[in-house]
Structure formats: C-alpha cells, structure tokens
Design a protein around this ligand. Structure first.
Ligand code: GAP
Length: 508
C-alpha cells in the first residue's frame, strides 16, 4: 500500500515537472480539486478524446455528435432528479473543522479491514511457500473469517441506510465503529447531513431578473433534451446514439487523489436510444464494445475489471463499472448504465413536450429506452499516466523514467535532434521536420547532449527520436531511436513517416 501511495506521489510530481498537470491557481496556493493541463497534458488529453470520438462517432454509422451548452434551463435538473437527489451525506469533525463524506469514512474503515485480511494472507503465503492454498486459507483462517464477517455486517448497515437516506443510521454506524477523524484523532462529530453536489450561479444582470441556474453535473442531460432535435434533423432511426464530450462540475465533499475526483472535470458520454425491451441486448453490446476500446490501447487485460452493480439507481435496470487498477487500487473509470426511459419520460412530463419515436417497423410510437456509456476524460488520463510511468535501471547502471504511453496517445510523436548547433545540421533538421509536422506532432530540440534529450523525451513518452548528423547531409539518412527498446537504426528520411505511422496504428 505504501508503495502504491508513493507511486501516486511520484506520478503527481512527474506530471507537474513535465508539463502534464498543474494545480489550478498555484501562485495563490492552489484551488482544491481543480487542475490545469500543461503543454504535454493538453496533447495527451486531446488524443484520448479523439480516440474516444473516433471509436464512438466515426466508427458507428448510427452515432452522431453534439456539443450542448454547460448552462441549461433549471427545470432540466428538476426533471433529472439532480435537484432533489444528487446528494452525498456529509459530516464535520468539530475539532479539526474538516468535512468528510460520511459513507467514505465508513468505506475507509472497510478498506482497513480488507488490508488486515490481505496482510494475514501475505504472511501465510510466505510461511507456507509453494504449498499455500490461498482460497482454502481465506475460507478457514479464524482471523480472516472474523474480519470478513465484520465487513459484511458493516456493509449490511451502510448500504441500506444510504438507500433509505437514513442519516441517523449512518451517524450511528460511525459512532459504533469508533471512527476517528484522521486529522484530529477525535470522535467529536456533527450529525450527518445531505449535501447537494451541484454548483449554482445567477443568470441575468439585475437582482430581480436573475434566476438561479446550475453548472451541469453531467453532460448527459444536454443529450436528452436534444434527442428529438437530432433524431428529426439527422433522420435517425432507432437504435441510434448521440455522443458528446465536455466539462461537468460537482462540488465534491472530499476531493482527493489528484485528478481522480475533481470539482471541474470532463466527461465523454454517449446515450444510445433503443426500442423498449431490447435494452439488455444493447447493454451487453456496449459492455463488450467499451472494454474492447480500453484493451485496444494495448494495456494488459488484468488492469481492468467489471463491477456489476447489485444496488441500482431508481432509474436503472442494469449498471456496471469498468474499473481500472489505479495506484490507489481498482476504482471506477467508466460507467455503463441501462437508464430505461427515465430521463426522456421525466422531461416529457415536466416540459409538456412529446419526446417520442415513431417506429415504422412496429407501427408504434414510444419513448425510447437508453443505454449510456460515460467515462471521465481526466480519469482516463490518470489511468494512462499511471500505467505508463516506469522507472528503469539501465545496463550501464544509470536510471531513466520512461512514460510507456500507447504511442498513438503520446503528446509528441517525433522528437527531432540536430547532433550539433552548427555545420548546417539545425537547418537540415528543420527541413526534415517540416516534411513531417503536417502529419505528426513533432518537437525540435537542439540543447544539451543527445543522451539528455533522449531522457527528456522518455519522460514525456515520445515514441521516436531522430538525430540528424553529418552523415545525414551526405546520404539523407537519420538515426531513429525507439522509446521502449532504446534501439537505434539508420533509416532514410523517406521512410520515417511510414515507420512512425505503423507504430501509431490502433488495433481496432
Ligand atoms: N451520466 C452518468 C454519470 O455522470 P457518473 O458515474 O456519475 O455517471 C461518469 O460519472 C464518469 O465520470 C465516472 O465513471 C468518472 O469517470 C467520471 N467522474 C465522475 N465524477 C468525477 C469527478 N468528480 N472527477 C473526475 N471524474 C469524475
């Protein structure tokens, strides 16, 4: 665990040092849970967004895009249920004056019990060596069994209390478990209260004329309220989808773990409109398609897992998360939800406008059912960073940090190095780069030794570096160096584009 925490710290430091992610408003000591993307971060983010857009819109004839506004009519959030139910239970510690999510305090307690179990297992595995049967140990060891039972009892109280909005029940659980504030160490807690996560602001210039509006907490509602506009103008036939990427805002009570949980973040969402009754088939289709999208990055399958929800939101009849093995352990990266006709029906009711589809195959008019795929762009960014971050010891005893990003996502594709700043080498290097930069993001570097330049580009994940030397002036060849293997080969300038293109191909 300590190692994993260290890893997250190293990734945060690396992300800052190499221009991926900065704390927002850092010169004023930062704004909590808000981040800015630097020169390399913005490229990686754009590449991830493009990869998603290509897979969802370009590769599906029946999915089109949308870019709806962040501000929406306040009734949108009444219909969607966000005004009344987009809440988290919060609790304050009276001594430290810190605010926590009450359910997260209990979940942290559960994680401690789980860590105890894992420690027992690790110890036993060392003691018994090859003969160790982990499953049998977990099923029979009294200490493990006692902790499993404790965990089950806690879950059996927490989740029903959350479902019932039973704030007193959650407070009682915190007291019974003797949970202390991690900062003050005290158990001097306030009552648990519901806290709405939407940010609100005023629209309009005069006090009387101004109305309260919200910053959208999800992009999905912009799709629902435009469903008929797109269906009619695009002459879309069910099943069809609408995809959109954009900012969402949530006043998270506890915003921790870097860009994993932010107050301003970006979502990539797609709502797929289907015939009622066919939603389970489409739910299965999108589960499979979205997992393939993740695996096509080349990241090993054991980094991902599904977590099917037992406890469903009131509007869903099936839901699953794709979880990723972040430095903090397996956590939600993407959600796939079968949302029934909940949203469209709610908007029909509150707006008084029909949001139906006339199905000429069945001669029926109905409110379509919806299967949604929803992924946080920033979370995907963190998944890519944490998977890529590699510390390597080299044969000559030196060390390097290399970002083994999937090449098609790397911020820079080709770094161009003239060996020296004289003899016409920079001019030749620029000429070569001019021939490549329409197709590839290139970066020109002439400072420092070639070794140092290699290290800098390893650290941002550049898949190829090319060096222009005196031989280049004679035979128009360069040294092409590959990031992961560090192998170098002499290649004609005319072949660079095809070698790099091959490396950047996505395995659809
Ligand atoms: N429209 C459905 C929806 O918004 P969600 O599970 O609340 O569902 C979807 O959010 C995805 O958005 C999550 O899987 C996560 O990747 C991302 N996300 C949610 N809250 C976030 C936050 N505070 N910071 C960063 N990403 C977040």
């Amino acid at each position: 665990m300590a190692n994993q925490e260290d890893l997250l710290k190293k990734i945060i430091a690396h992300a800052k040092e190499y221009g991926f992610v900065f704390q927002s408003s850092e010169v004023y000591d930062g704004l909590s849970a808000v981040y800015d993307y630097g020169q390399n971060g913005v490229e990686l983010k754009r590449n991830i967004r493009d990869y998603w857009w290509k897979a969802m819109v370009q590769m599906h004839e029946n999915i089109v895009g949308l870019d709806s506004a962040i501000f929406m009519h306040p009734l949108v959030w009444k219909a969607s249920g966000h005004v009344d139910a987009f809440n988290d239970p919060m609790i304050d510690n009276k001594d430290s004056k810190k605010r926590y999510r009450a359910d997260v305090l209990v979940e942290d307690h559960l994680a401690k019990l789980e860590a105890k179990i894992n420690k027992e297992v690790e110890k036993a595995a060392k003691r018994f060596g090859d003969a160790f049967d982990e499953q049998q140990f977990r099923e029979t060891n009294p200490r493990v069994l006692a902790n499993i039972q404790k965990m089950e009892e806690i879950k059996g109280r927490l989740y029903p209390a959350m479902d019932r909005n039973d704030m007193e029940g959650i407070k009682q659980l915190i007291e019974d478990l003797e949970i202390v504030d991690p900062i003050s160490g005290s158990r001097n807690w306030t009552d648990v209260r519901q806290f709405n996560l939407m940010f609100s602001t005023q629209m309009g210039s005069t006090a009387e004329g101004a109305s309260n509006i919200y910053l959208r907490p999800e992009t999905a509602q912009g799709i629902f309220v435009n469903y008929l506009n797109v269906q009619k103008t695009g002459r879309m036939k069910i099943p069809f989808g609408i995809a959109q990427t954009g900012k969402a805002f949530r006043n998270e009570i506890v915003a921790r773990q870097f860009i994993f949980r932010m107050r301003e973040f970006e979502q990539m969402e797609m709502q797929f409109f289907v015939r009622p009754g066919s939603e389970m088939e489409w739910f299965a289709y999108w589960k499979d398609a979205r997992m393939k999208w993740h695996l096509n990055t080349g990241i090993p399958a054991d980094k991902y897992r599904f977590h099917d929800h037992d406890k469903l939101a009131h509007y869903a009849n099936a839901a699953t998360d794709i979880e990723f093995d972040f430095p903090m352990g397996f956590k939600e990266l993407e959600g796939i939800h079968s949302r029934t006709d909940f949203d469209l029906s709610a908007h029909e009711k509150l707006s008084g406008k029909k949001l139906r589809f006339f199905d000429s195959e069945t001669n029926e008019s109905y409110v379509p059912y919806v299967v949604e795929t929803s992924i946080g762009l920033d979370r995907m960014f963190l998944a890519m960073l944490s998977n890529a971050y590699t510390e390597e010891k080299l044969e000559d005893g030196s060390e390097r940090v290399v970002m083994k990003l999937p090449p098609f996502l790397a911020p820079t594709k080709i770094a161009v190095f003239p060996l020296t700043k004289k003899d016409g080498l920079p001019e030749k290097a620029r000429e070569i780069m001019d021939g490549l930069k329409m197709d590839f993001m290139c970066f020109f570097e002439e400072k420092d030794t070639i070794g140092k330049r290699y290290r800098r580009h390893d650290a941002i994940g550049t898949p190829y570096c090319i060096t222009i030397d005196h031989q280049t002036l004679e035979d128009n060849t360069v040294t092409l160096r590959e990031r992961d293997t560090m192998q170098q080969e002499r290649v004609p300038v005319s072949k660079i584009a095809s070698i790099v293109s091959e490396k950047l191909k996505i395995n659809w």
